[in-house]
Design a protein around this ligand. Sequence first.
Ligand code: FRU
Length: 292
Amino acid sequence: MTESNTKKVVAFGEVLWDCLPSGLFLGGAPLNVAYHASRLGATSYLASAVGKDFLGDEVVRRFEASGVQTDLLKRHPRWPTGASVASLDKSGDATYEILEKVAWDEIALEEEDSPILASADAFVFGSLAARTESNRSLLLGLLERTEALKVCDVNLRAPHDDLDLALSLLKRSDVIKVNDEELRRLVGGDEGEFLDCIKALNQKTGVDLICVTLGSKGAMLWRRGRFFSLPPDDISVADTIGAGDAFTAALTMGLLEKRGLEECLVRALKLSSFVASKRGAQPLYKPRKLFS
Ligand SMILES: OC[C@H]1O[C@](O)(CO)[C@@H](O)[C@@H]1O
């Protein structure tokens, strides 16, 4: 853990360019979390890889501009920088075809990276980057060793949405963030009462802090039987890309800053609503203004 008040957040997993008809947008759920954690005052890192190509150079440049640290961002010797072919429906929700055999599919950390990993206050991860065997074993090793708060935003993305794998990762976390559809898929409870689904996920994973985002209905935070639920801000949606990732970042920072659970939820919803009101996952903003 860090001594100073500045929190250290390490996110693990994909960094990629979302190719939308309107252009290329930098994304990847863990990077989006690292981006917002940095804006919210953390020193943040992304453990990932980009190719030795122009798009990889551009990622490094964007990290430097946004304050995300590049120490854990490696250059893959052969594979290209990640990308997805993304499309938006009328309500601004995105679907992604996430290309394979790309740099972040083979993240390679080194001995010299250990001090950063060992001093993290939060370690944020999802299930997509674990689609390759090498990343999976790296991630499991990191989860076993870290003393940081482990936050899993499961981020199921078809066809890389192996539910057994997702559950095995969720079991290793301290905090779970899912959306309502993911929740129902993970507990196999299409018809069930919403709260029963949360309790079922708690029983399946043993994790006591579960947050569920509900799109236009807001979000719910559940901790050992107590829960808070709030509607989102009244906004007009530009696109929902990265709104859930922003939610995870604000929730993680709120928990690290020891804010009350309800305040964590208020801030997470505020930030995710703001992101949904803008195009792309990484809009500029001043947290003081946003949360005032
Ligand atoms: O990480 C997988 C996908 O999810 C997003 O991060 C949005 O949450 C996209 O930018 C990316 O293509």
